[in-house]
Design a binder for this molecule. Structure first.
Ligand code: BES
Ligand code: ZN
Ligand code: ZN
Length: 453
């Protein structure tokens, strides 16, 4: 970590200021700040030197209300050295500020000959919860690494390896059903979507914790590359589709966070890992599949593959009657049209869970927006020849109809959250570099914590 637990004698002080505080608390530095164009504006930064030229202190423009991102840009912009916060903060602010610093220290340099060198270190305020910071940051790093790694090095086999190494680390159990065994074990839609790839489709099943604790099951869409299948995507539409396993990455990250902190739950993680490829044996438009549930699904579009693989995994998850089910998926472009790339949509069949998750998204600086499971749109999924179509008849409300499709595979009465998200920063923001990203993961962790409290 780029955070230090103990006081450092020579740490350089970081002061959060606004225009007013700059005048009142730092009168000797006002001239220097003016000369360097620093007025205390939120997000701006000024290094104030001693007479010798060494850095005396750092002034940082503070937003009106602090959040995790307030210091996040500093981790990459300050000169290498040790720093400490001059101000005191509430426990939650201290924790969030440290988390932002740590998330801002991330670099993806797997493919670079020249690696990023030393970074500045922050002396964490004594009231910051560094156990949480470490768990959340490491989980986020895992999600980012998995999503940013290109599809040639991140197939269903690598997702399996990731689950196995997590299982080794936290004494979990992993079983995998792959290739033709998916048909034998009745996961026909996972098989159908993934069969055209040279890399075998699989269902990864990880179990951890005490069987007597509340059962929480996470399900992830692990489409390691989404070409669209025979309903092939355009070049621009396909460009970012290495990230279509973002849901799998996020549930693996969330699982790591849960196991690292040791939440008293019985955790199950199901990852449907496939590649949506094109070959002579590929799934075709208007093929009819029989789902694990036993209902028939007409394939209106081979590019709506995520809901097919999730359906089989969700039905299996449902069969155990867990206390809470959460799925994460880069499921629809429509959710991005509605909310943009930074704001995940979530759907939920339980009002209390919805309220808790919305609150959690605020306290963790991890935004999520609630969209409705509007039942009247269910008829848009009707098929003339099968029990259901995998695409809606119209082009409106695509995120809702996708969620309604998934809901068909959740046994009534099981509280269920479906997250439809981008899993990718399309541009860099403080603490959130361009590339793969966990979105809503910390909020989901908080939801789980509160459900078992
Ligand atoms: N992986 C895509 C969804 C996606 C696209 C997420 C872009 C984020 C950004 C998914 O498999 C897909 O292709 N969905 C189609 C569904 C349509 C055929 C009903 C879509 O959203 O266009
Ligand atoms: Zn698709
Ligand atoms: Zn997809």
């Amino acid at each position: 970590m780029n955070l230090w637990r103990f006081p450092l004698a020579d740490a350089i002080a970081i002061h959060l200021v606004n225009a007013e505080k700059l005048q009142t608390d730092h009168p000797d530095s006002v001239a220097w700040c003016q000369a360097s164009g620093f007025s205390g504006q939120a997000g701006s930064l000024c290094l104030v030197p001693e007479a010798t030229g060494k850095i005396a202190k750092v002034l940082v423009g503070s937003p009106d209300s602090l959040d995790a991102w307030t210091l996040a840009a500093l981790a990459k912009t300050l000169p290498v050295g040790t720093y400490a916060l001059a101000d005191t903060f509430s426990d939650s602010h201290a924790t969030q500020l440290c988390l932002g610093w740590q998330l801002g220290s991330y670099t993806f340099d797997r493919y670079k000959l020249t690696k990023v060198g030393l970074l500045p270190t922050l002396e964490a305020p004594s009231n910051a919860d560094l156990t949480y910071v470490k768990a959340a940051a490491e989980a986020t790093y895992l999600v980012r690494d998995l999503v940013t790694t290109p599809a040639n090095n991140m197939g269903p086999d690598q997702l399996e390896e990731t689950a196995r190494s997590l299982a080794d680390r936290y004494e979990a159990k992993v079983t995998v059903i792959a290739g033709g065994d998916l048909v034998i074990e009745n996961y026909p839609m996972i098989y159908a979507v993934g069969k055209a790839s040279t890399r075998a489709p699989r269902l990864i099943d990880m179990n951890w914790g005490n069987p007597d604790d509340p059962k929480i099951t996470l399900v992830g869409k692990g489409v390691c590359f989404d070409s669209g299948g025979l309903d092939i995507k355009s070049a621009t539409g396909m460009q970012l589709m290495k990230k279509d396993m973002g849901g799998a990455a996020q549930v693996l990250g969330l699982a790591q966070m849960i196991m690292e902190i040791g939440l008293p739950i019985r955790l199950r993680v199901l990852v449907a890992a496939v590649e949506n490829s094109i070959a002579g044996n590929a799934l075709r438009p208007l093929d009819i599949l029989t789902s694990r549930k036993g209902t028939t699904i007409e394939v209106g579009n081979t590019d709506a593959e995520g809901r097919l693989v999730l359906a089989d995994a969700l039905w299996e998850a449902s069969s155990e009657d867990p206390d809470l089910m959460i799925d994460c998926a880069t499921l629809t472009g429509a959710a991005r049209v509605a909310l943009g790339t930074d704001l995940p949509a979530f759907f939920c069949n339980d009002e209390q869970v919805t309220a808790t998750l919305l609150k959690a998204s605020q306290t963790t600086d991890d935004p999520l927006w609630n969209l409705p499971l509007y039942a009247a749109y269910r008829t848009m999924l009707n098929s003339p020849v099968a029990d259901m179509n995998n695409i809606a008849s119209g082009s409106y409300a695509g995120a809702i109809t996708a969620a309604l499709f998934l809901q068909e595979f959740i046994q009534p009465g099981i509280p269920w959250v479906h997250v439809d998200f981008m899993a990718y920063n399309v541009r860099s923001l403080p603490g959130r570099p361009e590339g793969g990203e966990a979105m809503g993961m910390r909020a989901l962790f908080e939801l789980i914590k509160q459900r078992i409290a």
